[in-house]
Write a new protein. Structure first.
Length: 293
């Protein structure tokens, strides 16, 4: 964000122009790519359709569903995790003989379930709710997104020892942070779905038929406060998972920080697009966090 705000304009034809173009091409996608100028032909070859976002959630549903099944079997049936998962734990520094920290196991199982449900909902929205235009994303962004959804589920699994219960069946103890985390997750997910439906309806008729692929100014729900409430809701969903893990889990808060910076950057670029292309755009709206940023 600092580089976007403070970097001097590169000289035409210089190395700075090429570096700036590469940087802008990597951080922008969809409609915000229109603000980074005409791309060289070889750079355009590295673009893939934005609608390929759907692939992220296909991978997440399959991979994290697989991990969820194995963790469920280990927690409730006393089975051992596959040896390759144990090797992955060891490579990431997780001690298989770590002490059982109370509800650590149930919390991880619950968060992995929430992550899988989130991916299922987003996949359904990509297939049946969202209307994608001809926007593109960089191939690096695409590959990173695929890797991210594999890594984030593995991160949850690595929060518990590989031996899990040592053959003992899990004793479920629901704590206050589980209840607060799940309620916050549901609240944020409902608002994210509403906001995505509002965006999709801008391109549909009342009968649900797609009539336009152009961009319009959305109104309603959290759009009255921020330009990108679906990004803000994404952050809240990850915060809710941090709460569900018991608040103290530093690793997951690092994931939350990544989501914060990633979504904030995308929100700022979208906010600037709206302000630049719509003279009547509401001045009171923030980019990402209501009343703050």
């Amino acid at each position: 964000l600092l580089l976007l705000r403070r970097a001097p304009a590169p000289r035409p034809g210089g190395v700075g122009l090429l570096v700036s173009g590469l940087f802008q091409d990597l951080i922008r996608y969809g409609k915000t790519k229109r603000g980074c100028g005409q791309l060289p032909g070889w750079l355009r070859l590295l673009q893939v359709p934005k609608r390929w976002f759907t692939h992220f959630y296909v991978v997440s549903v399959l991979w994290n569903g697989f991990l969820l099944i194995w963790l469920f079997r280990a927690e409730f049936l006393g089975e051992s995790l596959p040896s390759w998962i144990q090797h992955m734990h060891h490579a990431l520094g997780r001690d298989s003989q770590s002490e059982d920290l109370g509800n650590e196991h149930f919390s991880a199982l619950l968060v992995l379930l929430l992550l899988w449900l989130h991916s299922c909902r987003r996949l359904a929205e990509c297939l049946w709710t969202s209307v994608f235009s001809s926007g593109v994303i960089h191939i690096v962004q695409y590959c990173f997104g695929l890797g991210y959804y594999i890594a984030v589920g593995s991160t949850v699994l690595c929060q518990v020892p590989t031996n899990v219960r040592n053959g003992k069946v899990l004793s479920v103890q629901i704590c206050w942070y589980h209840i607060i985390g799940v309620l916050m997750y549901i609240w944020a997910s409902l608002h994210q779905h509403r906001c995505l439906a509002i965006l999709a309806n801008l391109r549909k008729s009342r009968s649900g038929e797609v009539v336009s692929l152009s961009h319009s100014v959305p109104f309603g729900d959290w759009f009255e406060s921020v330009s990108c409430p679906h990004y803000f809701a994404e952050l809240l969903i990850y915060v809710s998972m941090a709460i569900t893990l018991g608040i103290h889990n530093v690793t997951w808060w690092c994931v939350v920080m990544y989501v914060l910076f990633n979504q904030a950057l995308a929100a700022v670029l979208c906010h600037e697009f709206y302000q630049k292309n719509f003279s009547f755009y509401p001045q009171h709206r923030k980019a990402f966090i209501p009343l703050v940023f």
